[in-house]
Design a protein around this ligand. Structure first.
Ligand code: HEC
Length: 702
């Protein structure tokens, strides 16, 4: 970056108010994932490798609301700030778990779980604010009382759609990950739809004092701006193409004033015919000037993504020894298992990246990008290849799985077609939103899932059948089938409920409202007109008027905008529901980013009933990340087996484990109050079919 601007950025960084007093920073967990570098690291060492075996439960806080929590709570000056599964925000005494305040929007219509990952604390030394998101709003609450700050936005809240353009105003926009502070600005991630009705995922920064929009970075560029040429001409209009959002959260180098923003794929996820080209700035790590939103550099990690390979977590900032000098670096983990490591200032990769060729798409109108960027080092931390030798030795239907593998296409960046493709790593990685930890020595600790998924696109001929269907079934086939399936049976083992007898469980109004609000992994369909929603509900409740049999087939009301349909998310499992591939199904790795070499890899998670049969721990699917400490420890929950574990971060050996009241698909936090170190984790369960919970559990030495 030019000298003058570097100096300005430096100045701005120095002037910006820090989120917590510097002296307290080592005891606090003042920001999401521990700090602006999102390093999941604490310099605390009271709990260490020699005494971790004596950890006990210190306190438990029950939110009273069951269900998945992905929250990584923050702790500032002895107060813990977190969120329930339904975005109620609370403050606790971090030493005792005693509630201080709790905020819920009065009369909130759709308190559906939105998987909040946390909140942001801001102070200018006088006032203290908690910035949090509820539905499509950014709220500012008084950190001492939990009351909305009336002079922020309109009555304490600002719309997350402020900078997204007129097309987006009726669309579904929420935010599940805390914003990133730079002085009086907060840069916000958003979660938007995944289909043709997705809002655009522009990056927005708001003024923390006033709630006004400060800047927007347009991720689907307008005509005559850089990147426009990497899309179909009309993509920017947001009629058929959207998303390219950052949902995972960001990291910031406050000294330099550089914001690091990982983006996800453009929508529709699996059909890119209306967005031909590389699709910049989707699937990219962006370095933005934090005060203006101006692009400093960009590295795209997947060109023309047609697999939903969103960058899943904030990058981590770390200083490395590279080529004989210290380099301030930014490292980004991915769903595919690659790690990209860049010079934080120039954006140059520390290890060579090669553009390697990949297969063409077989679908008419689709053009997969011919190459993809593959880093030479570090080697991928997730398995990426499947051969017959990779079928699970424990599967009872081995022959059937072999036949399935032989008839499917596999391989990295294999475009989906009208045939089964086995995607590996699967849709949820590889790496997920838990992200990695990194310590000051430049060792990165990252957990991964090894799970293959089966995907395909349906024949365009089926589009003609749509015209013959009742309006409700037709809408269902357009908007709901990808998850709930053509027979409405869902994928209960994967957390997608069957809708076959939904009328016996839910009231009509409940389903109507759910379609609009979404819930957890289900997006809300706010752009879907009321009559379409009503038609779908009629179809689901079995009382939709049928089209008259004799009537001529009605022409489709609107020409199909997507000629191919995604057939749904299906894990590739054996007849007992275990992964069809051989273990390990979950691992945790330590990788030296200075050299790109592995230090160790350990198995993460187990199935007790398999272990009871004498099978060595297989590892398990996992969501939520690790925390590294100066006490040589690595804390991680994340697994379906409902355990929290402490690993020796030098060797990968498990030193301690404890069963949680419910599985914790969240990243722990660690902090010190009154001379005592705590480790806390949110245990909400309800992913991967686990039982629900409602507790935050804190551990400490006796
Ligand atoms: C991206 C995947 C996805 C899509 C698309 C989707 N759903 Fe869902 N749906 C889910 C998931 C996951 C859940 C379970 C949420 C939870 O765990 O609370 C769910 C839950 C539901 C439920 C509640 C069922 C119960 O028994 O509690 C209903 C009703 C429902 N969906 C209807 C629909 C309709 C109607 C559509 C289309 C307009 C749709 N869904 C589209 C994933 C999806």
């Amino acid at each position: 970056m030019p000298q003058g601007r570097a100096v300005l950025a430096l100045l701005a960084g120095a002037l910006s108010s820090l989120p917590a007093a510097r002296a307290a920073a080592d005891q606090d967990w003042p920001e999401y994932l521990g700090g602006p570098d999102r390093g999941h690291y604490s310099a605390l060492r009271q709990i260490n490798a020699s005494n971790v075996g004596r950890l006990r439960t210190a306190w438990v806080y029950h939110t009273g609301l069951l269900g998945q929590m992905q929250c990584n709570p923050i702790v500032v000056k002895g107060v813990l700030y977190g969120a329930t599964g339904t975005s109620e925000v609370f403050a606790l005494d971090a030493a005792t778990g005693k509630p201080i305040w709790r905020y819920n929007v009065p009369g909130r219509l759709n308190p559906e779980p939105q998987n909040d990952r946390g909140v942001t604390y801001w102070t200018d030394g006088r006032s203290e604010r908690i910035l949090c998101t509820i539905d499509s709003w950014l709220y500012a609450l008084d950190a001492r009382t939990g009351a909305p700050v009336k002079d922020f936005g309109a009555d304490g809240r600002a719309s997350l759609k402020a900078g997204l353009g007129p097309q987006a105003q009726e669309k579904w926009v929420i935010s599940t990950t805390p914003g990133t502070l730079y002085g009086d600005l907060i840069a916000m991630p958003t979660r938007v739809g995944e289909d043709q009705d997705a809002a655009p995922g522009f990056i927005q920064a708001f003024n923390v004092r006033t709630g006004t929009l400060a800047w927007t970075f347009v991720t689907i560029p307008y005509p005559d701006t850089p990147g426009y040429e990497t899309w179909s001409k009309a993509a920017y209009k947001n009629t058929d193409v959207g998303s390219a959002n950052c949902w995972a959260g960001m990291a910031i180098d406050r000294r330099r004033g550089i914001l690091y923003v990982p983006t996800g794929s453009a929508a529709p996820d699996f059909w890119g015919g209306q967005r031909l080209g590389k699709d910049l700035f989707a699937d990219s790590l962006l370095a933005l000037d934090a005060s203006t939103g101006r692009l400093l550099w960009c590295q795209q990690t997947v060109h023309h993504d047609i697999w939903d390979r969103d960058l899943p977590s904030p990058p981590v900032l770390v200083t490395l020894r590279h080529g004989g000098r210290a380099v301030d670096a930014v490292a980004q983990t991915t769903k595919t298992g690659f790690i990209f490591v860049f010079d934080r200032v120039t954006g140059e990769s520390l290890f060579p990246i090669q553009e390697k060729p990949f297969p063409k798409s077989t679908l008419g109108g689709e053009e997969a990008w011919p190459t993809q960027p593959i880093p030479s080092l570090p080697k991928p931390y997730a398995r990426q290849t499947l051969t017959e030798a990779d079928i699970s030795p424990y599967a009872e239907n081995r022959e059937a799985l072999l036949a399935q593998l032989r008839s499917a296409r596999t391989g990295l960046f294999q475009p989906f077609g009208k045939f089964p493709t086995i995607l590996f790593p699967g849709f949820d990685g590889g790496g997920e939103w838990g992200g990695p930890a990194v310590d000051p020595d430049g060792i990165l600790y990252v957990n991964t899932t090894n799970m293959a998924w089966v995907a395909s696109m349906s024949d365009p001929a089926r589009q003609a059948d749509l015209a013959l269907m009742s309006p409700g079934r037709r809408r269902y086939m357009q908007y709901c089938v990808s998850c709930h399936g053509p027979e409405r049976r869902g994928l209960p083992a994967g957390g997608i409920p069957s809708l076959v007898d939904v009328g016996s469980r839910l009231r009509r109004e409940e389903v109507l409202s759910l379609i609009g609000s979404g819930r957890k992994m289900m997006p809300g369909f706010t752009a879907l007109p009321g009559e379409d929603r009503a038609a779908i509900v009629g179809y689901l409740f079995g009382d939709e008027p049928q089209p008259a049999a004799a009537a001529a087939p009605a022409a489709p009301e609107a020409p199909a905008r997507i000629p191919y349909q995604f057939d749904g998310y299906n894990r590739w499992v054996d007849s007992k529901g275990y992964p069809a591939i051989s273990p390990p199904w979950g691992t945790l790795s330590a990788i030296d980013l200075n050299t790109g070499e592995y230090v160790w890899t350990a198995t993460l998670g187990e199935f007790r009933e398999l272990s009871a049969r004498g099978i060595p721990p297989t590892g398990a699917e996992n969501y939520g990340g690790p925390v590294a400490t100066a006490g040589n420890l690595l804390f991680i929950a994340a697994t379906k087996d409902g355990m929290i574990r402490a690993f020796d971060k030098r060797t990968g050996r498990v030193l301690w484990k404890s069963e949680l009241p419910a599985a914790a698909f969240a990243t722990p936090s660690t902090y010190e109050v009154n001379g005592k170190q705590y480790v806390v984790v949110a245990c909400g369960g309800t992913k991967l079919g686990t039982a629900p919970g409602d507790s935050y559990v804190a551990f400490a030495l006796p």
